[in-house]
Ligand binder design. Structure first.
Ligand code: SF4
Length: 359
């Protein structure tokens, strides 16, 4: 195993990408980069990482931030619970550990948003603790190296691959070794057409030896995708030469918690405009307020990990304030203020593409 480890580390030291968090043992930076990079491509995450670290230079400044600013900075990355947990975790580090990230994996895992993966990354990279980090890249590399056909997205697979990663970990240099494994998966042992001819650990790879590389990794397809129909109504009010609209803060335990959207009528299936405007929610909110439908958008499809959203936006002009806005948690803001609020990527996309419709 020693030869495997040294070949891999040597390759990493020569071939690793230059990334802003590389070579950095500051746990705040490692934590931020790992949280941002979950479910996010490196090229996209890098920009967010730089903006976060410029604005909040340490865990104390992040802990003092307000959630709306953090969500706004996160806008576009998706999986917004990561951003909310980021802030919660920063506060916990400051309050419970005087701003110093603990070096024990069990303590790290008790912090908000820190699971096995992030805890192992912080402990090994920042503190040289011997914990294997297992991300999607590592699962793939291990499955090929050892021809493991247990599905990588199963509970059993998770246990098996974690144990395997722990077994081959270089205990004298765990941080570098972990990063080397992940980098091998990102650069060399990629999902399609891995570059085996230049692989530093080819001689150890069973899948290469047996010409079975394309059979690995194995995945189960058991994720059920839920379809949801979002009908957004954007109420525009013109008063004293100023244009306003109503926004809504999403506070329920659902997607996009604490982000802002518009008045939403969710239906079980696609509905036409006529049916929508006769829905009780719409009628009860408007009461006798006269309105004009200015625009109905095309349907936007938006994929999340377990849901597909079909969203349509209706711009409705009203001439009086909505009497029951507060009951529906709607707030009236100037259209020019909309940029200050964190919005889901889907809404951001619609607004960018339909600027003329609501301005
Ligand atoms: Fe991956 Fe090919 Fe290297 Fe095996 S030889 S670890 S399949 S890149």
């Amino acid at each position: 195993m020693y030869v495997f480890q040294s070949k891999l580390i040597e390759w990493y030291q020569k071939n690793q990408r230059t990334l802003p968090w590389r070579g950095d043992k500051n746990p705040y930076h490692i934590w931020l980069s790992e949280v941002i990079l979950q479910q996010t491509r490196v090229e996209q995450g890098m920009d967010y990482y730089c903006r976060f670290t410029e604005r909040w230079t340490d865990v104390f400044s992040l802990a003092a931030a307000n959630e709306q600013d953090v969500l706004k900075m996160w806008q576009g990355l998706g999986y917004y619970s990561r951003a909310r947990n980021l802030l919660k975790c920063a506060i916990q580090i400051v309050e419970q550990y005087n701003g110093v990230f603990p070096d024990e994996i069990e303590k790290l895992k008790k912090l908000s948003g820190i699971g096995d993966y992030t805890a192992a990354a912080i402990a090994s990279i920042a503190y040289d603790k011997p914990h294997a980090v297992v991300d999607g890249n590592v699962y793939r590399v291990l499955s090929r190296l050892f021809e493991v056909d247990t599905p990588i997205n199963s509970t059993q697979g998770k246990k098996q691959f974690t144990a395997l990663a722990q077994e081959i970990l270089c205990e004298s240099n765990p941080g570098i070794f972990n990063q080397a494994m992940m980098e091998l998966g990102a650069l060399q042992c990629v999902p399609n057409k891995p570059n085996c001819s230049l692989c530093p650990v080819q001689e150890f790879c069973l899948a290469f030896k047996n010409k079975t590389v394309s059979n690995f990794p194995v995945k189960t397809r058991n994720v059920k995708i839920r379809e949801r129909y979002f009908n957004y109504i954007i109420f525009i009010l013109e008063q004293n030469d100023e244009r306003y609209l109503y926004i809504h803060k999403r506070e329920a335990n659902d997607i996009w918690k604490n982000l802002y959207d518009f008045f939403l009528i969710e239906t079980d299936e696609a509905v036409d405009t006529e049916t929508l405007l006769h829905q009780d929610e719409f009628v009860n909110l408007l009461k006798n307020n006269p309105f004009t439908l200015l625009n109905a958008s095309a349907v936007y499809s938006h994929k999340l990990s377990h849901q597909t959203l079909r969203a349509q936006f209706f711009v409705v002009r009203i001439t009086k304030k909505l009497a029951f806005a507060h009951v529906n948690k709607l707030s009236l803001i100037k259209i020019s203020e909309l940029d200050n609020f964190p919005l889901p990527r889907l809404l951001d996309k619609y607004l960018n593409e339909n600027y003329n419709v609501y301005h």
